[in-house]
Write a protein that binds this ligand. Structure first.
Ligand code: WT7
Length: 633
């Protein structure tokens, strides 16, 4: 079957075929899924206009593929293994049969609340089974889910709800995270003051936190579920019908609602899950991301369930009740695949090694890394102490925009090399470009990473703003998708991702655009102007350094107080993840004659590297550079 790659020879053979005859290649993969009607045309596209149509004419429902299809042979198999925040609370094994029933019931609840195909539903839930079930229930009835990570603030939720005009919000009374309880409902209440488009809120009970119940708008999910039918026929969707919107930050203040559609996303996540992780029937797969990010969408949920896998859903954090939590969970549930982020690895590696050694990790077969470049030290620690040198590490490079993994070793097949994401997935054509728009060929070269040909998982547009989609990804290098990342290609063709080359900073694996954070800072009445850059941080990978110019009125104020107020503003506007580690008040910023801030210089200063600022001849105010260096915090 074309679906699974078994060895390196297979990979190279398939890779060559996938490039020569991409339509035939993806068509054969798509044949492994269940369709209500087969497609007429595998692919139609135009890279300049950023138009992609995969499997046109095909009809299907992704939940039929992710759930119903498994009822024949896997009905009693655990689909979702829920591990609660509190280790004393019992884990839940939700079988495919039970998942089917619960998704059908919730799908019927949504329908009864007036949600129909194409409506947008905002989901703001902690990592509990109802989150997975809500997402799947939307997909089942053809409603477009927009999951907002439950760490985002009220104004961040409001911006996302308004942008895509959501009709209904699914949330909970609260969420548990380590020893904290987060009042999700009151955050939603605050957000909804600004959102007239939302007329209903469905509430899951999790923490028993007292809430402000608004009659006529709020409904307890439990009560609605009690009266809802267990029979639900999935909505038959067109291949290119929108499946979901997921927001990611970018180079302007407005979040980008990345749109993914049904068939291409299904084929791509199903295919990459199987091949990258080499999942086998009895394996237990744990991806530690939150479903609020693309990693959770694609590999906790869709990719895993499409393969009939057992997928772990963990509510808590790696440090609660102690630093042994991850290792305890692996031991307890005999986990075979651990897929986590370098920032988590680094933060656990700095704790006493006894936390790891206390537990039996012999069930582990394959380790994964995602979200940011993994440094050599973290890679080896992961390999030695977690994998005991027996587990291949798949360093998977991809983005919210790509839907699924684009560059990664295939576990046990592609020889790994620390810090390298290695080779492209079949069908994916990476290339490196220089700043002048020329392709950089050959070995041992660095450039801007682009992709030369569409793959089924590529985002189709930015919700409501196709021009911005074209401008952001398809303008810099005509005919190519530009990733925003830099990469190095070695002598055997392996890729190592070197990091962002634009104004996005990856902090603890979270993609943060500097512009929305600057917008939040600039709302402080004492702030005149600000510029943010990322600087290397031992645990987080990068942290944020803010250079801030105060208005005259702010100059005499207590600077530490101001720093706190600024971080509070950021927390309120975006969420605590976007807080600044360092704030330096400056008299000016290095600007070019055209008024552009030269961030390259600020980046060097924040790193403490004052040796060579490169060409500063275009600066309007070169003297400011020395002054900023002197005041570095
Ligand atoms: C950016 C995308 C989809 C993964 C979760 C983050 C960085 C992601 C790697 C990796 C080096 C990586 C890139 C990318 N990134 N994975 N294995 N090695 N960098 O998704 O929030 O859309 O962020 O994360 O810079 O562009 P995202």
């Amino acid at each position: 079957m074309a679906y699974t790659i078994h060895d390196l020879e297979d990979y190279f053979k398939l890779y060559r075929r996938s490039i020569r005859t991409p339509r035939k290649f993806w068509g054969e993969i798509a044949d492994n899924f269940s369709w209500n009607q087969k497609w007429d045309n595998v692919l139609d596209f135009n890279m300049t206009e950023a138009k992609f149509s995969w499997f046109e004419g095909g009809k299907l429902n992704i939940t039929e593929n992710a759930i119903d299809r498994h009822l024949v042979n896997r009905s009693k198999k655990t689909a979702i293994l829920f591990e609660p925040n509190d280790p004393n609370e019992k884990a839940q094994h939700i079988t495919y049969e039970e998942l089917h029933l619960r998704v059908c019931k919730m799908a019927n609840v949504l329908k009864e609340q007036g949600i129909t195909k194409g409506d947008r539903v905002c989901i703001y839930l902690p990592m509990i089974p109802e989150l997975a079930i809500s997402v799947l229930a939307c997909a089942r009835i053809g409603a477009i889910h927009s999951v907002v990570f439950a760490g985002f603030s009220a104004s961040a939720i409001a911006a996302r709800i308004l942008d895509s005009d959501c009709k209904l919000v699914i949330t909970a009374d609260g969420g548990f995270r380590g020893n904290k309880t987060i009042d999700l409902k009151s955050i939603v209440d605050e957000a909804l003051v600004k959102c007239p488009c939302v007329d209903k809120v469905l509430l899951v009970k999790r923490t028993n936190t007292p809430i402000n119940f608004q009659d006529g708008r709020d409904y307890w999910m439990e009560e609605l579920l009690e009266n809802s039918s267990i029979n639900n026929t999935p909505e038959i969707m067109d291949a290119e019908d929108t499946l979901f919107i997921l927001y990611t930050s970018g180079s302007t203040g407005k979040p980008k609602g990345m749109v993914h559609t049904t068939a291409g996303y299904m084929v791509y996540t199903g295919y990459t899950f199987k091949n990258v992780f080499q999942y086998q029937e009895q394996d237990i797969f744990w991806c530690t991301a939150d479903i609020g990010w693309i990693t959770g969408h694609s590999y906790i949920l869709y990719g895993a369930l499409l393969n009939g896998a057992t997928t772990v859903l963990f509510e808590g954090v790696p440090s609660y009740p102690d630093f042994g939590r991850f290792w305890e969970i692996i031991d307890k549930h005999k986990i075979t695949h651990l897929y986590t982020a370098p920032t988590a690895i680094r933060s656990l590696a700095k704790e006493n090694i006894e936390w790891v050694e206390k537990y039996n990790l012999s069930s582990l077969k394959i380790l994964g890394s995602v979200g940011e470049p993994i440094n050599e030290e973290a890679w080896h620690w992961y390999d030695n102490h977690v994998g005991k040198k027996k587990c291949p590490i798949v360093d998977t490079w991809w983005q919210t925009e790509t839907g699924g993994i684009l560059i990664s070793p295939l576990a046990g097949i592609t020889p790994t090399k620390p810090t390298y994401a290695t080779l492209p997935i079949p069908g994916v054509q990476p290339l490196l470009m220089d700043d002048k728009g020329n392709e950089i060929e050959g070995e041992q070269v660095t450039g801007n990473l682009c992709i030369n040909f569409p793959w089924p998982g590529i985002a189709r547009t930015i919700w409501g703003d196709h021009e911005r989609y074209i401008d952001t990804y398809f303008k810099a290098y005509p005919g190519k998708y530009f990733t925003g990342d830099g990469a190095f290609r070695d002598e055997v063709g392996y890729y190592r991702i070197t990091g962002r080359v634009d104004d996005v900073v990856i902090v603890s694996g979270h993609n943060l655009g500097t512009a929305p954070i600057e917008d939040a800072i600039n709302e402080h009445p004492a702030v005149a102007e600000s510029a943010l850059v990322g600087f290397p941080h031992e645990i987080k990978g990068n942290a944020l350094y803010g250079f801030i110019i105060l208005k005259e009125s702010g100059e005499n104020r207590d600077h530490n107080n101001l720093r706190q107020e600024i971080n509070k503003l950021i927390s309120d506007h975006i969420g605590p993840i976007a807080k600044l580690d360092k704030i330096q008040f400056v008299d000016g910023l290095p600007k070019t004659r055209s008024g552009k801030i030269m961030r390259r210089i600020l980046r060097k200063i924040s790193e403490g590297d004052f040796s060579n600022f490169g060409d500063t001849s275009t600066l309007l105010n070169p003297e400011i550079v020395d002054e900023i260096v002197k005041g570095k915090v």
